[in-house]
Write a new protein. Structure first.
Length: 188
């Protein structure tokens, strides 16, 4: 846990200088059995960014369609500066989820916890499969394209993971995660 804090600290300080507010963001996500929990992240967006999303989607051409398909906004003006962009690109903002793992709400590997609005875009079979396991800090879709994948494909990959889960698959995902994070591809 100490190395994670040392890695995250400079980014947290720089985000605070640019955009004062809470250090952590607790986002309600769907966990095992459909139970909701608060997934922790370093705050990388301006305070109350969720409330600005609707306005942003209405103003930017094609933003709402992109949001429905992929679950994020490209060139999101709500991101709190360059340090926040770097933290997001290299998943430094995800390090507080180690606390979720320690609390037993998440595993290191599993279906990625997503907001309910995104889970509802998946097929009923994919949603049901995801709910059988604790969500993970990383998973099959993170190492298969990250946020460059449409939400429906994320659901299919999570379903595939549930059906094929093994120690060997988990080790492979963990190893591939380091490469994906270092490249920073597919993170926004």
């Amino acid at each position: 846990m100490a190395p994670a804090i040392l890695i995250a600290l400079p980014f947290t300080i720089l985000v605070q200088i640019r955009s004062p507010g809470p250090l952590l963001h607790a986002s309600v996500r769907e966990g095992r059995g459909g139970a909701e929990f608060k997934m922790l992240k370093l705050r990388t967006m301006i305070p109350n960014a969720e409330y600005n999303l609707i306005s942003l989607l209405e103003k930017a051409d094609g933003a709402e369609e992109h949001w429905r398909r992929y679950g994020f906004v490209t060139n999101d003006p709500r991101i709190a500066g360059p340090a926040a962009q770097i933290a997001r690109r290299f998943s430094i903002d995800e390090l507080p989820q180690l606390l979720n793992v320690a609390k037993g709400e998440m595993n290191l590997i599993g279906p990625r916890p997503m907001p309910t609005v995104m889970v509802n875009c998946m097929s009923p079979a994919d949603r049901a499969a995801r709910r059988t396991l604790k969500p993970g800090m990383t998973g099959l879709w993170q190492v298969s394209g990250r946020s460059n994948l449409p939400i429906k494909m994320m659901g299919r990959l999570d379903h595939r993971y549930v059906n094929r889960r093994s120690v060997a698959l988990d080790i492979g995902i963990l190893i591939r995660t380091f490469g994906v994070v270092i490249k920073g591809d597919g993170a926004y």
